[in-house]
Ligand binder design. Structure first.
Ligand code: FAD
Length: 202
């Protein structure tokens, strides 16, 4: 395997994919290994109910780096960003509300008869998130974003530059700076450091 590939990415979440895409673009022969049957990690779109594709976990894509979008030509490959309006949000007592981008519309909203139109539903608790996405304890950010694990201390002091104590092993997911969310940035930064090291070793 090592002879056939220059780099292996463990986990095909969006950050691993971003890192892999940058490496491949730079001519590094890259293999992405994913334990699930499909790619995307917690940013996946999946057919949970027959006939419907949906965001199973992450539902708002507001932080994806414009640089990643442009460098990887994501629009040419089909990326279309839709406005996050008309979001359904369950509330207490079996009730719900729709959150619109129009606040006045949101205030009026309580959609009578909505429950009779529900086709199916999926409820994911932290153990489910751990089982499906391998998120430790179902925690969405791969490690608490607390002051002692942020910026130059993420995931730990002295290891915030995507390198690890094991030579040639790098971090490119949410446990690395700047952390969780659908940003692609750790993947971009890790690829930059890997390529920098590769140039040094030549
Ligand atoms: C319920 C929920 C809602 C969220 N909502 C939002 C939102 O609205 N907006 C937002 O920006 N962010 C949101 N997030 C956070 C965001 O989805 C994550 O921070 C982001 O997807 C993490 O990306 P990642 O590539 O670092 O890791 P992940 O998406 O966790 O991907 C890691 C991948 O690695 C695979 N893997 C793990 N171990 C192995 C192994 N040993 N071998 C092979 N593969 C392995 C996993 O199967 C997974 O596919 C949400 C997360 C959750 C769970």
């Amino acid at each position: 395997m090592a002879g056939r590939y220059d780099a292996m990415i463990i986990g095909g979440g969006h950050k691993g994919l971003v890192c892999g895409a940058y490496l491949a673009k730079a001519g590094v022969k890259t293999l992405v290994l994913e334990r699930r049957y499909l790619l995307g990690g917690a940013a996946v779109t999946e057919a949970v109910f027959p006939g419907y594709r949906m965001s199973v976990a992450s539902y708002v894509m507001s932080l994806l780096s414009p640089r990643v979008i442009n460098d990887l030509e994501l629009r040419r490959f089909g990326l279309v960003v839709l406005p996050a309006n008309d979001l359904f949000s369950p509330i207490e007592n079996g009730d719900h509300i729709f959150l619109h981008d129009d606040v006045a519309k949101t205030q009026q909203e309580f959609a009578p008869g909505f429950s009779s139109r529900v086709i199916d539903m999926q409820v994911l608790l932290p153990p489910d998130l751990e089982e499906i996405f391998a998120l430790p304890q179902g925690y969405i950010f791969h490690g608490e974003p607390l002051p002692d694990q942020l910026f130059f201390q993420r995931p730990a002091a002295h290891y915030a530059d995507y390198r690890t104590p094991i030579r040639n092993l790098y971090l490119c997911g949410s446990s690395s700076h700047p952390g969780g969310a659908v940003s692609g940035i750790p993947g971009h930064n890790a690829a930059r450091e890997i390529l920098r090291d590769q140039r040094r070793w030549r």
